[in-house]
Design a protein around this ligand. Structure first.
Ligand SMILES: Cc1cc2nc3c(=O)[nH]c(=O)nc-3n(C[C@H](O)[C@H](O)[C@H](O)COP(=O)(O)OP(=O)(O)OC[C@H]3O[C@@H](n4cnc5c(N)ncnc54)[C@H](O)[C@@H]3O)c2cc1C
Length: 529
């Protein structure tokens, strides 16, 4: 129909896209004004004044008045539904927020607002809160809910109703769409099987005439653009990503105060009742060092740039030094955009070249490689998903005698013979974040001390997902698979149990950093273990 506007990016195979109707631009000064009272940038974690938050707000405004005045790169978008046209009688557009839990610097949110502005329709944000998710505990749900509360407040300031729908998306989102006469649904992207299934389930249940699109708002280079296959290693994806950065690593336009209000507002949310109603394990306590939400995450980014970036290049493998960004919890929950972090960090390249290049390697190449692995390998968390050389060598050494064998409980309580391993485990249990270097050592020792590589992988993923605040992430599955199954690595000198899988040992750690200092910091007696 000539009166409808296409919402999608890449159409499903075999479908031709029709003519796109050019709709009148909404006018009026109001839509160009971003509410000055925005919370982003106020005082947050680490006592930072939040000047970065204000600086990025200004940068967005300088870049474009709104997403409508910006040439949106449609390669970020792909069509999930068959139909790609908004129906004439549509009463609104929905952004179904899932992985990317932030308002600004979010390509999915921006795309939804762009559609709504073009069609002069209200914009809604829905988040579907499930009572249980993949071993997540109150540590994770608490962090997420407080971040969402900030999202809801920001949405309110922008006249965009935020709806917290309780239940699985397939059960609550289609009913919302039908009930409100929504004309199009935009969601974000995760390569993990559970959220991929949620998208499939919603697709099945949405009315056939409601177009549904997905935007990769997590990766800088969209996962399906970076590569159309499982990449073998960082060396094979690095160039593909770097070659695309000039196209995708742009500033963001702002999400603006929405000029087309909804007739029916969102139901008020009782966040405390919501917190209390969760059916999750409350024995893994919330952490105090990491304040949830975008404002706090941007303050951590600011403190990284001001205090730790200079030593990231030289000290990032030393668990006694404060050289890491610490941003993984905010990245994992999508509270801070990695693209924003890179835009800010790369400004310091002439000053700290080694550090900035190292950070881009970790946060872009390694992280996007992890999404690539999970997207193209359905066995991303199983030994079956490993390369043949790794499966063969692990099988050959399956019967090798283990020097120590531990049950899950002993590992969980940090009661092995190795004080460094125990200290790393306790750091994770108490703080929700183990140092990146030790995560490799930690997982490799689980391979050494359990009955099989299958058991090792199961235990490592269980512990990682239960205690790490950034757990249940493609980076976590790939980190465990790298350590235990040689994913993205190559064969090394053959030895017992490991076969050709890369080995790490205590003596090697001692050569790299002061192991005793780390062990004293996470002494089980002091931690009351
Ligand atoms: C066994 C094991 C388990 C892991 N589990 C997780 C996990 O559950 N969640 C998670 O986000 N990361 C995981 N990692 C990857 C990495 O250790 C963490 O991302 C990092 O330690 C987080 O701290 P940071 O943000 O201070 O890192 P920084 O060193 O400051 O890095 C910045 C960002 O780069 C990305 N990054 C860093 N290292 C890697 C890597 N090796 N692979 C992919 N991306 C990387 C992360 O997004 C990180 O936040 C795991 C690694 C291993 C070996």
């Amino acid at each position: 129909s000539g009166s409808r506007s296409a919402v999608g990016g890449a159409a499903p195979r075999g479908q031709l896209k029709g003519k796109r109707k050019v709709l009148a631009e909404p006018s009026g000064a109001e839509m160009l004004t971003v509410d000055k009272r925005r919370r982003e940038g106020e005082v947050a974690e680490g006592g930072g004044a939040g000047s970065l938050g204000e600086a990025v707000r200004q940068a967005r405004l300088r870049f474009a008045p709104s997403v409508q005045d910006f040439k949106y790169n449609k390669k970020r978008v792909r069509l999930v539904s068959q139909d790609s046209y908004l129906k004439d009688a549509a009463k609104g557009v929905v952004y179904w927020m899932s992985r990317d839990q932030r308002v600004q610097d979010n390509w999915a949110f921006l795309y939804a607002q762009r559609l709504a502005l073009k069609q002069q329709l209200p914009l809604h944000v829905c988040f579907c809160l499930v009572p249980k998710f993949l071993e997540a505990t109150i540590r994770h749900f608490g962090f997420m809910l407080k971040g969402l509360q900030e999202v809801a407040e920001e949405c309110q300031e922008l006249d965009i109703p935020f709806h917290l729908l309780i239940g699985f998306a397939k059960d609550v989102l289609p009913a919302f769409v039908v009930g409100r006469g929504i004309g199009g649904v935009v969601t974000d992207f995760s390569p993990l099987r559970v959220p991929m299934q949620w998208v499939e389930d919603v697709k099945e249940r949405l009315p056939g005439d409601v177009p549904f699109v997905q935007v990769d708002a997590h990766n800088i280079v969209p996962c399906w653009v970076a590569s159309d296959k499982q990449e073998y290693a960082a060396s094979t994806i690095r160039r593909k990503i770097h070659d695309r950065l000039s196209e995708f690593l742009t500033e963001f336009p702002p999400v603006i105060k929405h000029p087309y209000p909804s007739a029916a507002p969102a139901e008020p949310i009782d966040w405390n009742a919501c917190h209390a109603s969760l059916q999750v394990d409350c024995s893994v306590k919330e952490v105090t060092w990491a304040t949830p939400g975008t404002a706090a995450g941007l303050a951590v980014l600011e403190s990284f740039i001001g205090e730790r970036l200079k030593s990231f290049g030289t000290d990032r493998n030393n668990p006694n030094r404060a050289a890491l960004s610490n941003l993984s919890p905010w990245f994992h929950f999508g509270q801070v955009s990695v693209q924003r972090a890179i835009l800010e960090v790369q400004k310091y390249r002439s000053k700290y070249k080694e550090s900035v290049d190292g950070f881009i390697e970790e946060a872009v190449v390694r992280r996007e490689l992890a999404d690539n692995f999970c997207y193209y390998n359905r066995n991303y968390d199983k030994v079956e998903g490993a390369y043949n050389w790794a499966k063969t060598t692990l099988k050959l050494h399956a019967q090798d005698k283990r020097s120590h064998l531990y049950e899950l409980k002993q590992l969980e309580e940090g009661k092995t013979h190795d004080p460094l391993w125990n200290a790393a485990q306790l750091q994770m249990v108490h703080e929700g974040k183990m140092h990146g270097f030790l995560r490799m050592y930690w997982a490799k020792k689980i391979l050494e001390w359990t009955r099989s590589s299958e058991e090792a992988l199961k235990f490592a993923i269980y512990l990682n997902d239960r205690y790490e605040l950034d757990g249940r992430d493609p980076n976590g599955y790939v980190g465990c698979m790298w350590s235990i199954c040689g994913i993205h690595d190559h064969g090394w000198t053959e030895r017992a149990v490991f076969g050709k899988i890369r080995y790490m040992n205590y003596a090697g750690c001692k050569r790299k950093f002061n192991v005793g200092q780390f062990e004293r910091r996470y002494d089980p007696h002091q931690l009351g273990q």
